[in-house]
Design a protein around this ligand. Structure first.
Ligand code: ATP
Ligand code: MG
Length: 766
């Protein structure tokens, strides 16, 4: 016990050992909030106040949940099974699986990811002859998700004009369609769960009595529905209910665009009459200069709950700032600096490269690849989002729940089996007419098309039958073959990678089965009842079907259902090979809660970070500043920041000013590095860029984006004279990159220095 507590400061100790009452731990980055939360769980259990089954801990990502479980296992001498640790979505999924009947869901309900949700909405619009110019699918998706995030069903949404009324009508149709197919979207998971618990008193009371302690990390980013769900579980205003222990930092609230409501912190304090409000002000993560930068930056925000951070770690290194001429050169600089960090002994995985938008990663990835440096991208193209993987998943989904229309449409004619658009339209009409799924409507389609469709149905049924007694990995193996996917990609020019990804799925399934504790021989199709009847964990208490406290996930889901949920919910984790010895690339958003020895914050340019969209939102720049605060506070010992004069983004060359955030950092904590630009072809050549007085640089006022169109030029040379329709005559002073990535720095005299993309700029030789 002493071991658990001896590494805490007095405020942390007080927080960890609070009595069973609601509490709010409000503290800045790196002050040990997550550590306090984890230690409290261990302490509660070890001191015998609660069994693992009495704990629910909500984390922001699946990765964080895994980490927490690992730490708890290390701290506790007993099994952590029975404890519910996960994200809101993961925990809701678990609850709905256990009580699928009460939630009016099929046992094999499946989770729609946002991509599938969007395509389903598109189909819905088409089937109902809705003008998608007037009602774009994306808008409708946002409308629906937003309503659900606020806990509102279609009949509860107030519509003020005909457009909104139509949206509400479509929302209702969408929900009906989901119900028919047995699928739920992300927001629905939470809303269903909320409705289930609010309507079903015995069930609610069961869980209220069970979870004596509910602990929530990153509380500042909860949305309204999540907070309502927590209130229900914690029995707010009711007899039963455990204590809600929330930790958060209002300065790190960065999900307002997804409905997060930082006001939940004060609402919680007020509604739960929180008496235990603890602030932690000692930072254990970052050196002084880094922390001073974070503190000063965030002080530019108004409306803060107010707190500061101090450290005993000393000033440490200054924050290094680099101005690059282009994004290509920025990437080169990062690589050089990362290499010298590694030469000093830094592990690759302790170096993070952060960016505001995913689109920025391409250039950096390219440079890392060329330099032969291993790297991992978090939240980039996720494994389970890749086309070939989604295809294979669709076959598995149909075997588990044939009424999933999205899955059906994805693979009914992939690989091609002669099922044309006409046939699909006939099928859709039949399904519409009888109010059934596409799969169920197959017998209603006549002719040659109908025969082909029946063939597809036989394929699915056959695969299901054939794999009935097999383990999940074996099942996946067979599906890859009988679906024809492997054969199909063998015939493709660049199919080798895709085949490798598909083969990888067998490994993913093996790993999943092991990690989730599914018995070796458990057939993939065996559902909960079958397992329960063999003496397993679903039990009845006061007439309610509940879960034995120690029950593993395998008692509420078949391995296949669980694996498919995992593919939808935990998609990011498959890619995030935690701890792997590789440089870590990610957006600032996904860096939340993490820490690294060295951090690069790249692309610090007006329009990019702060992002241009922020100027349209109320408090938009404040939110960007919080994001910057999150980025800065990820670093332990070394922090680098960079910006570039020109950048190619979304096919446009942008000329940006450096970010306003530089003016909000304490000068004494910074070290500005001078630009160094070198030509690929003649590294020793002195160019105009070596001359600090050239008219680009950090004061570059050409903030507008300029797009150049068309025509690849002939081979260009440094020193050559050129003419441009807009900028006049100039001289090429440097060339970077090659092929379609080639860009020239051109001195246009009066019009100044420009960097132009050679594959699109209209240049003439003079
Ligand atoms: P964030 O706001 O970024 O999520 P946090 O407040 O959750 O940060 P933690 O991640 O829990 O902070 O802690 C930051 C670092 O400080 C971790 O490496 C943690 O192990 C360390 N730490 C926390 N408290 C102490 C302590 N009392 N003594 C030594 N190290 C500590
Ligand atoms: Mg944390």
């Amino acid at each position: 016990m002493q071991n658990l507590l001896h590494n805490l400061n007095p405020e942390q100790l007080a927080a960890v050992t609070l009595p069973q009452q609601s509490a709010l731990i409000l503290a800045g980055a790196g002050s040990g909030k997550t550590r306090v939360l984890t230690t409290r769980i261990a302490w509660l259990i070890q001191s015998g106040q609660v069994s693992p089954a009495g704990i629910m801990a909500v984390t922001f990502t699946n990765k964080a949940a895994k980490e927490m479980l690992t730490r708890l296992s290390a701290m506790l001498p007993m099994s952590t099974r029975g404890m519910w640790v996960g994200t809101f979505h993961g925990l809701s999924n678990r609850l709905l699986r256990t009580h699928y009947r009460d939630a009016a869901l099929p046992q094999t309900f499946q989770i729609l990811d946002s991509q599938d949700q969007l395509s389903m909405i598109k189909r819905l619009l088409k089937a109902n002859n809705v003008d998608d110019e007037k009602y774009p699918a994306k808008n409708l998706m946002y409308f629906i998700n937003n309503a659900k995030d606020n806990g509102l069903r279609a009949n509860q949404v107030e519509a003020y004009d005909p457009i909104e009324r139509k949206m509400v009508e479509l929302y209702k149709l969408y929900d009906n369609q989901c119900q028919r197919e047995g699928v739920v979207d992300f927001a629905e998971l939470l809303l269903r769960c909320y409705e289930l618990l609010s309507r079903n008193q015995p069930l609610r009371e069961h869980y209220q009595a069970r979870f004596r302690h509910i602990l929530v990390d990153e509380f500042q980013d909860t949305n309204d529905l999540q907070y309502k769900l927590l209130k229900l579980l914690a029995g707010h205003g009711e007899r039963h209910g455990g204590a809600l222990f929330a930790v958060g930092d209002d300065d790190q609230s960065i999900y307002a665009f997804r409905g997060a409501n930082v006001g939940n912190m004060s609402a919680f304090e007020r509604e739960f009459q929180v008496e235990n409000l603890i602030k932690l002000e000692q930072n254990y993560r970052s050196h002084g200069h880094i922390l001073d930068s974070a503190n000063q930056l965030i002080s530019y925000n108004s409306k803060r709950l107010g707190k500061n951070l101090r450290t005993d770690a000393g000033h440490g290194e200054p924050v290094r700032i680099y101005e690059a001429s282009s994004d290509l050169e920025e990437a080169q600089w990062i690589i050089e600096e990362a290499k010298s960090l590694m030469a000093e002994g830094a592990a690759r995985s302790d170096i993070a490269i952060l960016y505001r938008s995913n689109a920025q990663s391409r250039v950096i990835e390219h440079a890392l690849f060329a330099a032969g440096l291993p790297y991992t991208v978090y939240g980039g193209q996720r494994y389970f989002q890749r086309a070939e993987v989604k295809h294979a998943i669709a076959y598995l989904q149909l075997m588990d729940n044939p009424h999933n229309d999205s899955a059906f449409l994805r693979v009914v004619n992939f690989p091609t089996r002669g099922i044309g658009m006409r046939t699909i339209e006939a099928l859709q009409m039949a399904a519409e007419q009888y109010g059934i799924s596409l799969y169920a409507a197959v017998p209603y389609v006549a002719g040659k098309g109908g025969t082909s469709l029946s063939g597809f149905v036989r394929l699915i049924e056959g695969a299901r039958f054939e794999t009935q007694q097999l383990s999940l990995p074996e099942m996946v193996r067979i599906v890859l073959d009988v679906s024809g996917l492997i054969t199909y990609y063998k015939g493709e020019k660049e199919g080798a990678d895709r085949i490798e990804n598909l083969e990888q799925m067998v490994n993913a399934a093996t790993q999943f089965v092991q990690e989730e504790g599914f018995g070796q021989a458990a057939p993939a199709h065996l559902g909960p009842q079958a397992q329960a009847s063999s003496g397993e964990a679903v039990i009845y208490q006061d007439g309610i079907e509940v879960l034995d406290a120690d029950a593993p996930l395998s008692t509420v889901m078949s391995p296949l259902s669980a694996f498919l949920s995992h593919a939808s919910l935990e998609a990011g984790d498959a890619q995030a090979q935690a701890g792997q010895d590789a440089l870590q690339l990610m957006t600032v958003h996904s860096a939340k809660g993490l820490e690294f020895d060295a951090v690069f914050i790249t692309g610090l340019e007006e329009g990019l970070f702060p992002h241009e969209s922020s100027s349209r939102e109320m408090d938009g720049v404040d939110e960007e500043r919080r994001l910057m605060y999150v980025a800065v506070t990820r670093a332990r010992r070394r922090l680098y920041m960079s910006f570039t004069q020109t950048r190619m983004l979304h096919g446009q060359t942008r000329y940006n000013m450096k970010s306003r955030f530089f003016d909000e950092l304490p000068e004494e904590a910074l070290k500005w590095l001078s630009p160094r630009v070198q030509s690929h072809w003649s590294p020793n050549r002195k160019t105009a860029w070596d001359d600090a007085s050239f008219n680009g640089g950090s004061d570059n006022k050409i903030a507008q984006q300029i797009t150049q169109k068309s025509s690849t030029g002939p081979g260009w040379r440094i020193g050559e004279s050129v003419a441009h329709a807009k900028f006049g005559e100039g001289v090429i002073v440097n060339i970077e990159g090659s092929g379609t990535n080639a860009r020239a720095q051109i001195n246009f005299g009066r019009a100044g220095m420009k960097v132009l993309d050679l594959s699109i700029a209209k240049l003439e030789k003079v």
